[in-house]
Write a protein that binds this ligand. Sequence first.
Ligand code: FES
Ligand SMILES: [Fe+2]
Length: 466
Amino acid sequence: MSLANTNETSEWPESWRTLSHAIRTGRYTDPQFTKLEYEKLWYQTWQFAARLDEIPNKGDYTTYDIGKQSAMLVRVGEDTVKAYYNACPHRGTTLSEGCGHFEKDQIMCPFHGWKWDLEGQNKFIMEQQEFKDGNLLASDVKLREVHCEVFAGFVFISFAKEPQSFEEYIAPVAKYIEGLGLSDMHHYWWRRMEGPANWKVAQEAFFETYHVPATHPQLDPVGAKVVYEDVHTPGAPLQHEHVIYEGLEGGHGRFYAGEKPMSSTDANAGEERLEFMIEHMQHLVHEMDAMVLQGDVDVATSLRGKPLPEGSSYGAEFIKAIYAKAAAEERPMPAPTPENAAMWGGEVFVFPNLLILPNLGNVMIYRIRPNGDSPDSCIFEIFSTTTYPKLAEIPRAEVQHVTDYNDPEQLLLIPRQDFANVPRIQRGLHSNGYRQIYLAKHHEVMILNMHQELDRYLGAPEAIAK
Ligand code: FES
Ligand SMILES: [Fe+2]
């Protein structure tokens, strides 16, 4: 008998519970839970629907699908974006699929050619007198708007009739995002794939750095020795030990470097430290091509053979050199304040579907959402973004579809390593001999915090009692 389904008759099944130290598996595997998530979470909450880079010019559109709902996002003017229910008022045809441009600033339905302007006002109905006994007004068939807000280069939408105010929604996390220069970050590459796992399984694979020694041994040689060789060198700290995790109000969260910043190097260390830094950065370029790009490695390499100023470090010199080059190219960069620098190599999670992984001048973004009715499928996206020199042409964002996430041609090593675990987790969660995941109090606090907010949306009895 399945341990996960012993109490299915109660109103809120045991297998759906969030405990302070554990999460029951039904939340990841039960189709009824997925259904409830659509109704009470996805069709209500604010969520990340697009980057402005998808619709840089007036008349551009993009499409965001979540479950059975679809929103068409349109660049109406330089500073205006609108979102519409993606259904033609005549017979329901979707007005947009993917990204594109509305010629002559006219939205036209492909089925019978009805037309709207970018503001959603109907402008043309062939043989209008045929409809509603000749009484159909253009205003009867204007496009219905979906709530839409632009923040830090992201377009957020909500399908709720009366959503929470966007300011209130974003407030707990806004201060950790605003300094990161995300409005200046533009498309470098963007990939989308379907994952054979619950959306929360895929998302939670990126909520902690506790997995780095086992999953990405090349990124943490000290931790890898502990895991793979049972060797713990006294005095050699594990990289992830100092990471600070915070569950924020509203289900949001963040983690960032503690005493040993992940993106800096020891002061006054010798040239071998510079070589280590170059090697580590080169790994990130070859294995991820996000957060650190080849131009950054080239800057680090240019420090070879240069004397280190008294009291400085290669980490500090590298940052100086990056900013000097950016200034010469008039390339916008987020200010190197201690608050921003602390976030480099860390993560900000915006409930329920956006993960921001900042570094100086480059940011990686993940978006994860459910896919169809199955609890065992999700849509996973990676956006690699960067800032561009003033004279560079900024490309319009275009998605590439990953058809096989094990294929090194389509996905680089680090995301492949992460994704190797994801279907295995999902299979294990379905096991009849398994009832709940156990959470590390510190390292996995963002997971717990997210589930507690999810419970508030879903109306879980424990959440209501709080
Ligand atoms: S369905 Fe769109 S014009 Fe007929
Ligand atoms: Fe990872």
